[in-house]
Design a binder for this molecule. Structure first.
Ligand code: C5P
Length: 205
């Protein structure tokens, strides 16, 4: 069974994908981490994330970089969003994601284009959305917990910028597959979101 979980930044898709993987006993790949590793590598190399050649060179990152504590921060998220617009970068990361998706027994993958590009044959496709306000509020609490000082307004601005870039890029833009089930987590708690997702997968399979 392949489960594709797509959606914008801070929509809750990561939490949902992880919970689905646990519930159905499947391995999980957070594909955003791969783009983040490329962005981080370009930064470490002193390259320009908007330059296709520099971004492609960053795809040769070592596996250990996936454990880099800086991978999850906002700066790296911004770099990831910039390197991910280059078709050559998306192509370079395709095989790795495809292998994970098609392994024996199935898998859960979360990202932007799992249901449309990486695994269009997925048995269940979820597209997780939430309002900018709800996403900014969650990010704000997360960051405050980590001791990072940033206003909700700044977070909301950054989310809008990233949404815009992810939606408008020429290759694999962020948009739901025609057969995806859309779940709006704005009014839902973490537990309710997970419950809705499990139900949706059961219905689809
Ligand atoms: O999901 P996450 O915030 O970690 O992703 C970081 C960035 O990587 C996104 O803003 C998006 O531009 C890019 N990405 C992508 N395709 C994926 C996963 C992430 O383009 N499958």
């Amino acid at each position: 069974m392949i489960i594709a979980v797509d959606g914008p930044t801070a929509s809750g898709k990561g939490t949902i994908a992880q919970a689905l993987a646990e519930h159905f006993g499947l391995p999980h790949l957070d594909t955003g981490l791969l783009y983040r590793a490329v962005g981080r590598q370009v930064f470490l190399d002193g390259g320009d994330p908007d330059n296709g050649g520099d971004a492609l060179a960053g795809c040769a990152f070592p596996d250990e970089l996936l454990l880099d504590p800086h991978l999850r921060n906002e700066e790296t998220g911004g770099l990831a969003s910039r390197v991910s617009v280059h078709p050559a970068v998306r192509q370079a990361l395709y095989d790795r994601q495809r292998r994970f998706a098609t392994q024996d027994g199935g898998a859960v993958l979360d990202g932007r284009d799992i249901g449309t590009v990486i695994a269009p044959e997925a048995d269940a496709k979820l597209f997780i959305i939430a309002s900018v306000e709800a996403r900014a509020q969650r990010r704000f609490l997360e960051m405050r917990e980590r001791g990072v000082h940033v206003t909700k307004l700044e977070i909301a601005d950054d989310l809008r910028r990233r949404d815009e870039r992810d939606r408008n890029r020429a290759v694999a833009p962020l948009s739901p597959a025609p057969d995806a089930l859309v779940i709006d987590t704005s009014p839902l708690s973490r537990e309710q979101s997970i419950e809705a997702a499990i139900e949706a997968v059961m219905e689809a399979t």
